[in-house]
Design a binder for this molecule. Structure first.
Ligand code: MSP
Length: 533
């Protein structure tokens, strides 16, 4: 099984989210993907660290706050506490840190980084004129614009936000991004896995091949002042993206805790939506190179959740709050559904019908029912005590082979950041066990005293299969697997979190004679009234 050496931490990041609005399921999607990766590596026994947080500076936040009669800091505080932190509970994220760009540990070290680049000649003063989209917080080229519709007919609008861009002319500070075209292309070539998926990599490479322009990294305070002061010129603040990207290193000790920084950097995987891939695969590695630091090991640009064929977004009023789903289906089903139903890296459409159908067939009938049936049979036929298996026959051994393959294939898929494939691999064991029960018919064996040992082997095999499933599905569905683990082991094998994935398919870990516990339905029936919310 491929695994990172024990000394190297697994460090995974999400983008830091704008606090102009509450989260929708598109944001939750990114969080869950990063969390599944982090939990999977933790289950492997690695030192796994998940960072997420909020992006709080910039014109967009300032305008939203003022538009709501607030100040940007008060607005950010409120949204972080009322919406962004609670999101982590709603979808069961086990993050090791949460960074806000208004924190001192961030602001101070962003200034350190800027000063360093200024001192080493990578930043200069110049002037610029261009079309700025406040929604994206980015200057747009002609190619990024489309013709407006409705109230914006006759105007050029941003292709992502469908709103007009603003003409800006400013004197400010520039980062010599243009000097990094060649170093970046070399880096992409030497690190073929740096940008994933492959389609995203090709797109970024052709973009960089066309040549890069220097990047404006400050805004004059005459325009607005919600940002981090440029350390050598307090009439300017830092461009919000330059500030935001640095969160990935300020959170782990850049500038102040070198040991922790070295423990975690370079990040193992930076998960982002494809809308912001260029920032992460072009500007960010160039910033790091300029500072003499290594780029991350991988950047994965995932697809969009679509509504009516368009990217789901609050600004287009198509956002669905995660709690609308979890209140009915629970966080495990939310996590499972989005990770399994959409090939990670591609766009996917959410629908209540698809979610309900998969909940019923895959979770309630497929996995949940399997667990309840097995435990009920052990209760009924063996008084709730794990039976000692007799000699295994071919069918029993086949289950063991499927289990070992499921784990190995899932682990290899996670290595490729193919989360949907990892779940599909684990699911081969769910299907195998259901099939095994149908074929072996334990309820028939139970009627014949002469088949007592055979019945014990069959039920022991299914219990062991469930044990493997609890471990392998823990990163995706932490709540239901914890319940299953508790019922299966009643403490006899230690904590679920301490079960190394690589040893999970080693057969025979449940000790015969140990009592199993009770298990409530893992995925209870959902009343149809709630489904079409
Ligand atoms: N603040 C910047 C990121 C700075 S990172 C240094 C930003 N924030 S955002 O709030 O707009 O979040 C963007 C991210 O949210 C996307 O990259 C993606 O991860 C996620 N998503 C937002 N809408 C989404 C969908 N409709 N579908 C999938 N992911 C979505 O950009």
């Amino acid at each position: 099984m491929p695994s990172t050496p024990a000394s190297k931490s697994f460090y995974v990041t999400t983008p830091i989210f704008y606090v102009n609005d509450a989260p929708h399921i598109g944001h939750a999607y990114t969080e869950v993907a990063a969390d599944v990766l982090a939990r999977w590596h933790r289950q492997r026994g690695e030192d796994s660290f998940l960072l997420t947080g909020t992006d709080e500076h910039g014109e967009k936040i300032l305008r939203t706050a003022v538009g709501n009669g607030s100040t940007p800091q008060a607005w950010a505080d409120q949204l972080v506490h009322d919406s962004w932190l609670p999101l982590l509970d709603t979808i069961d994220i086990d993050n090791q840190d949460f960074i806000r760009t208004t924190e001192e540990r961030h602001e101070k070290n962003v200034q350190k980084f800027l000063q360093h680049l200024h001192d080493t000649g990578f930043i200069y003063r110049g002037s610029y004129e261009g079309n700025y989209c406040v929604g994206c917080e980015e200057y747009k080229t002609e190619a990024d614009l489309i013709e407006g519709e409705g109230e914006y007919v006759g105007q050029d609008v941003c292709a992502i936000h469908s709103r007009p861009v603003e003409r800006l002319q400013e004197t400010n500070y520039f980062f010599k991004l243009s000097e990094f075209s060649a170093p970046l292309l070399d880096f992409y070539e030497q690190n073929p896995k740096f940008i994933q998926p492959e389609s995203a990599r090709n797109e970024v490479i052709s973009f960089v091949r066309r040549g890069l322009e220097d990047l404006s990294i400050s805004r004059s305070k005459e325009k607005f002042d919600w940002g981090i002061d440029i350390p050598w010129d307090d009439s300017h603040i830092t461009y919000v993206w330059f500030d935001a990207l640095l969160n990935y290193i300020t959170a782990i000790g850049y500038g102040e805790d070198q040991a922790n920084f070295e423990r975690l950097w370079p990040a193992s995987v930076q998960v982002v939506g494809k809308d912001i891939l260029r920032f992460h695969a072009v500007i960010w590695p160039a910033m790091l190179m300029a500072a003499g630091l290594k780029p991350a090991e991988r950047v994965f640009g995932h697809g969009w959740l679509l509504v009516g064929g368009e990217k789901m977004s609050k600004s287009k009023l198509t956002g669905i709050a995660p709690a609308q789903i979890t209140d009915t289906f629970g966080s495990d089903a939310f996590r499972y559904y989005f990770m399994k139903a959409i090939a990670f890296g591609q766009d996917g459409s959410f629908s209540w019908e698809d979610l309900s159908a998969r909940y019923q067939s895959e979770l309630a009938n497929g996995f949940g029912n399997l667990a309840s049936r097995v435990l009920a049979m052990v209760k009924r036929y063996f008084d709730g005590v794990v039976p000692a298996p007799g000699a295994y026959n071919e069918a029993d051994l086949q289950v063991q082979v499927v289990a070992a393959k499921a784990i190995a294939n899932a682990d290899a898929a996670i290595e490729e950041i193919a989360i949907h494939e990892a779940i599909a691999s684990v699911w081969t064991l769910v299907d195998e066990l259901n099939n095994y029960i149908t074929v072996t018919e334990p309820w028939v064996l139970a009627k014949d005293e002469a088949q007592r040992e055979r019945l014990a082997s069959v039920l022991y095999t299914t219990l062991e299969g469930l044990r493997v499933l609890a471990i392998a599905l823990a990163p995706v569905m932490p709540k239901s697997t914890a319940k299953l683990w508790a019922a299966l082991t009643e403490g006899s094998l230690g904590e679920l979190a301490d079960q190394p994935l690589s040893e999970s398919a080693n057969w025979g870990q449940l000790a015969a004679g140990v009592k199993i516990g009770d298990l409530d339905s893992l995925f209870p029936r959902i009343e149809t009234d709630d489904e079409g919310k």
